[in-house]
Write a protein that binds this ligand. Structure first.
Ligand code: HSE
Length: 309
């Protein structure tokens, strides 16, 4: 029996729609692979995954495993999958990607297939695309590889792991609603103006340069999404207020995490991140059980990605 962990991810990073992402320290999904009782692939248990399918061909982890077995030419082997969800899906932190990534990392070790993390990516991508209905690696690649990932081309998974300045950390806020990626993508216009294109490429390209020079002021000027955030932010309760508060409290930037409703801030110190965490808890208040209505996480960017645990 082999268990693997794959972290949640913040994709888009404000200016890199479908082409940038980084993993969180926690939460992350765990997948256990063990010998199955029947030939082929079965999913015997899903913890905290209400609504997720036990049918391998409709489940992100199941599809990822099936694709990898097909590649290895071992479709008849009995493989059982147990998925331990540690995060809700439909929240914009790459839940389906994490399950798919953890599944192939575990299977790789279980079979002693010795594929590199990079070689495992296409299988996890195939799994994740079942949930998102699209082929973008901005959750799968950072979850697998760790660090801040920049994708040149999603079709060929041509990506670069960027330099992460020391001290850079995130705050991620999950408000108590769900938005499916497929819905959140369907509202996006497929047109951008020349003016928007110039602003977004200037910000995205300069963000990369600013990471390499650890120039936090420049990073801050770059974290402005003029294309996607204006189309999606109305779906997220109290987005504008939370953004204003985070920037006042010293966030380098603030935007939507992935397809939302999660939001993220990047910070250069724990003074700012601690204050943003408190402000988020206060703004979203308590639920009917008296618990914080929003889940809030902060940590340095995860540089390792998925691992056997
Ligand atoms: N880049 C994707 C989107 C990420 O924003 O739709 C989805 O998690």
């Amino acid at each position: 029996m082999i268990k693997a962990f794959a972290p949640a991810t913040v994709s888009n990073v404000a200016v890199g729609f479908d082409i940038m992402g980084f993993p969180m320290e926690a939460p992350g999904d765990e997948v256990v692979i063990k010998l199955g009782k029947a030939p082929g692939v079965t999913i015997s248990k899903i913890t905290k995954g209400k609504g997720l399918s036990y049918d391998p061909i409709k489940n992100t982890a199941g599809v990822a495993v099936l694709k990898m077995m097909e590649y290895l030419g071992i479709s008849n082997q009995s493989i059982d999958i147990e998925i331990r969800k540690k995060m809700p899906f439909g929240t914009g932190i790459g839940s389906s990607a994490a399950s798919a990534v953890a599944a192939v990392v575990a299977l790789n070790h279980y079979l002693d297939a010795k594929l590199s993390k990079q070689e495992l990516l296409p299988f996890a991508m195939a799994g994740e695309s079942v949930a998102s209905g699209a082929w973008h690696g901005d959750n799968v690649i950072p979850s697998m590889m760790g660090g801040i990932i920049l994708i040149r081309d999603n079709a060929t998974l041509d990506f670069t792991k960027l330099y992460v300045p020391s001290g850079l950390r995130y705050v991620v806020i999950l408000p108590p609603i769900q938005i499916l990626t497929s819905d959140s993508r369907s509202i996006l216009s497929d047109q951008v103006t020349l003016k928007q294109m110039i602003a977004q490429t200037g910000n995205a390209a300069t963000l990369v340069a600013a990471l390499y020079s650890s120039d936090f002021n420049k990073i801050s000027r770059c974290l402005q999404d003029v294309i996607i955030e204006p189309q999606r932010s109305h779906l997220i309760p109290k987005f504008d207020k939370m953004k204003q508060k985070a920037l006042e409290l010293g966030a380098l930037g603030f935007s939507i995490s992935g397809s939302g409703p999660s939001m993220f801030a990047l910070c250069s110190n724990t003074f700012a991140s601690d204050n943003i965490v408190e402000a988020a808890k206060e703004l979203y208040g308590k639920d009917r059980h008296g618990r914080d209505a929003a889940k809030v996480y902060q940590a340095p960017i995860n540089l390792e990605g998925a691992e056997v645990c």
